[in-house]
Structure formats: structure tokens, C-alpha cells
Ligand binder design. Structure first.
Ligand code: FAD
Length: 345
């Protein structure tokens, strides 16, 4: 087949052959890694096995060497480390320079990042500079028979799932949201190698300065993304006050209250509690959906929960298709009944 290939195809194959390995960018703030980075190492290990290549992590920052060990605990065979004062706080340009330098030198075939604020900023800038493609917010990653990364994500407002490939350019780049991939088990021992790189960049070459860091006051904000039990309400809740019955049930379960976009748009719940395509992705042990129809944009954010229980008065509601248990009925009767049953236990 090699002799028959047209010149364009030959050139493509020659380019692709120069790139090897799966890279995961380890996002950190103040030396603490974002959980999504470890989730990506779990997925990356699977892809690396299919390709028969190394799984590598990339750590950028100032005094962040401890994260190299941590990346090995989560499965990295090799860690590229750039540890310089200029990388203390995230700024696009020094991080962009550092990551592009590593990519150009070591040529990975896949680069994965979390679809966080930082990851979205950096991934787009890197893809543009190295001249490759980027698929944002992937929900699935796999390898095809030609070593291409198949990147699946919702498209057209979530009405279809599109599988996107970047077969002519390398590296293949994707961002993935937190909680979409499973967190791998932390291995008992960390083994692997660290490749230290020093870059010719310093403050004089960076146009932005961080003058002060003001921490967001998260007060009593709740992080639904890490919750084990979620009681979620939709338009069927009818009012903000009615969410009180969900809070009572959540308190009994030791869980948190979340919402569909309709409920958030109505002002019944704050935006950080929204589950779905434009909200958060959650993976609790139990997701109890109350008065939520199950639109695809909602499902993509919660369908990987261990168990979905749906309460809806419409037996045709699509939420029942992803539910392990379904209760067809009036949530205003069913929810308080479950709460009082749990209180009596
Ligand atoms: P509805 O679809 O109106 O469903 C209400 C349900 O409550 C119905 O099934 C009804 O039978 C039931 N019900 C009513 N009263 C009772 C009762 N007393 N007892 C029991 N059941 C009752 N949506 C999200 O959730 N998250 C997203 O991130 C998101 N992103 C989007 C992004 C885009 C680009 C677009 C186009 C849409 C997005 N949406 C998102 C909106 C989504 O399409 C749906 O409109 C939304 O999820 C519907 O919310 P809902 O299920 O609460 O309301």
C-alpha cells in the first residue's frame, strides 16, 4: 500500500510517523493539581496501551516538582517538567511558550487538557501556534485503526454526538471536562522518569504582570461536581421555594441540590448548580432527577452517574431512558414521602 499511496497521503504518513506518545497537561494552581488532570491520565493510559506508546505528563509551574511524583502515581511513565519562577501564576504567554517548546522538541501524537478556564485558554493558543486542530469539551476519546484519535463531543446544540478526527496534523489535541473520565486508582508506587527542561523565558519577555491574587470567596457555595448524592430539580419544581423539599431530602442523604438549566434560568437555583452541557458534569453515586424531562443537553452532564432515579409525572419523559429506577408520579407527593421514610429509618 505504501507504493500506491498518492504524494499527499505519503506526506501525511511521514508527518504522522514523526509524532509518538500521549501527553496529559497537568493543570495546577498554587502547586495543587486539578483533579481532571488525573482523570485524563486514566484515559490516557488506555489510549497509550492501544497505541503501544508512552503515557507522559507535562508539569509547568514554579516549585511544582512534587506533582511529577503524583503524576506517576496516576500512571505517567515520564513527566516533562518546566519549573521556573516565570510560571508561578498562569499567564497565557509563558505557558504557551513552554508547552509549544516541549511539543516541538518531543513531538507527542496526542495532547490532552482539562476543559477548565485555564485549559480552554491554553489549548486554543497552543493549537494555533503549532498549527494543529483542537476538539473542545470531548465526552469520549478512542483510537481508530490508523492511529487517529477519535474525539467525540456533542454538536449542534447537543442534538447529535459528533466524532471528530485530526488526521492531517499532529499533535491531536482535545480538552475534556472534569468528571467525564473516571479517576484512575492511585498506584502504590510511583515509577518513571522526569525530564527537566529550562526555557529561555523570563519576566522581561512577558507583557502581562500579576499584581495581586484575590481569592474568590466561595463562602457557602456548594461544589456539585464532587458530590456523591445529588437531588436535582427542573422546571417541574415550579418555584424557588419548592426547592426546599429537595434540600430536605438532600440533607437526609448527605447530598447536595442541583438543577436543570430551566430551573437556573428561572432564577430558582444559582448557575453553579446547573448540570449539563453548559453547566457542570457530575458523576455521583445517586442522581435523583425531580421534574426534569431529560433533554440531551441535561443528559450529557449526568448520564454517567452510578444510578439515576427519576421522578416525573410524564411516563414518556426521556429521563426514564437513562434511569435505573423511575417513579411516574407527582414529585410534590413522592419527594416528601421519601424524605419522611428516610427520617424514620
Ligand atoms: P422541562 O423540559 O420543561 O421538563 C419539566 C419536566 O417536569 C417535564 O418532564 C414534566 O413532566 C415534569 N413535571 C412537571 N411537573 C411535575 C410534577 N409535579 N411532578 C413530576 N414531574 C413534573 N439544559 C440543562 O439542564 N443543562 C444544560 O447545561 C443545558 N445546556 C443547553 C445548551 C444549549 C445549547 C441548549 C440549546 C439547551 C440547553 N439546555 C440545557 C436546555 C435543555 O434543552 C432543556 O430545555 C432543559 O434541560 C429542560 O429543563 P427541564 O427538564 O427542567 O424542563
Amino acid at each position: 500500500a505504501e507504493e500506491d499511496a498518492d504524494p499527499e497521503e505519503k506526506a501525511r504518513r511521514a508527518l504522522v510517523a514523526q509524532y509518538r506518545g500521549i501527553w496529559v497537561f497537568v493543570e495546577q494552581t498554587d502547586g495543587e493539581a486539578a483533579r481532571v488532570s488525573w482523570e485524563l491520565l486514566g484515559k490516557g493510559a488506555e489510549l497509550a496501551t492501544k497505541l503501544g506508546v508512552e503515557l507522559c505528563a507535562v508539569v509547568l509551574g514554579d516549585r511544582v516538582e512534587h506533582l511529577c511524583q503524583e503524576a506517576m502515581y496516576y500512571g505517567a511513565h515520564k513527566v516533562y517538567l518546566v519549573d521556573q519562577p516565570v510560571l508561578l501564576h498562569y499567564r497565557t504567554y509563558p505557558y504557551l511558550d513552554a508547552l509549544c517548546h516541549l511539543i516541538e522538541k518531543y513531538r507527542p501524537e496526542v495532547v490532552l487538557m482539562g476543559a477548565t478556564g485555564l485549559g480552554r485558554d491554553l489549548a486554543g493558543a497552543v493549537a494555533t501556534r503549532v498549527g494543529t486542530g483542537l476538539t473542545a469539551d470531548c465526552t469520549g476519546l478512542d483510537i481508530d485503526e490508523n492511529r487517529n484519535l477519535m474525539q467525540t463531543r456533542p454538536a449542534f446544540g447537543g442534538n447529535i454526538m459528533a466524532t471528530i478526527m485530526c488526521d492531517r496534523f499532529r499533535p491531536q489535541m482535545a480538552t475534556v471536562r472534569a468528571h467525564v473520565m473516571t479517576l484512575p486508582e492511585r498506584r502504590p508506587i510511583a515509577s518513571g522518569s522526569i525530564v527537566h527542561e529550562t526555557l529561555p523565558i523570563n519576566e522581561a519577555l512577558v507583557f502581562t504582570k500579576v499584581l495581586e491574587v484575590i481569592r474568590e470567596n466561595r463562602g457557602n457555595q456548594v461544589d456539585i461536581a464532587g458530590a456523591e448524592f445529588i437531588v436535582s430539580g427542573g422546571r417541574g419544581m415550579m418555584s424557588k421555594e419548592n426547592f426546599g423539599i429537595l434540600q430536605e431530602l438532600a440533607d437526609e442523604l448527605g447530598g447536595v441540590v442541583a438543577a436543570s438549566r430551566s430551573a437556573v434560568d428561572a432564577g430558582w437555583m444559582p448557575a453553579e448548580r446547573q448540570v449539563g452541557q453548559t453547566g457542570k458534569t457530575v458523576r455521583p453515586k445517586i442522581y435523583l432527577a425531580c421534574g426534569i424531562s431529560g433533554a440531551i443537553q441535561h443528559l450529557v452532564g449526568m448520564q454517567d452517574s452510578d444510578l439515576v432515579i427519576a421522578i416525573n409525572r410524564d411516563p414518556q419523559a426521556p429521563i426514564f431512558e437513562v434511569a435505573g429506577y423511575g417513579i411516574v408520579g407527582d414529585l410534590f407527593k413522592v419527594v416528601p414521602a421519601i424524605t419522611s421514610y428516610l427520617r424514620e429509618l
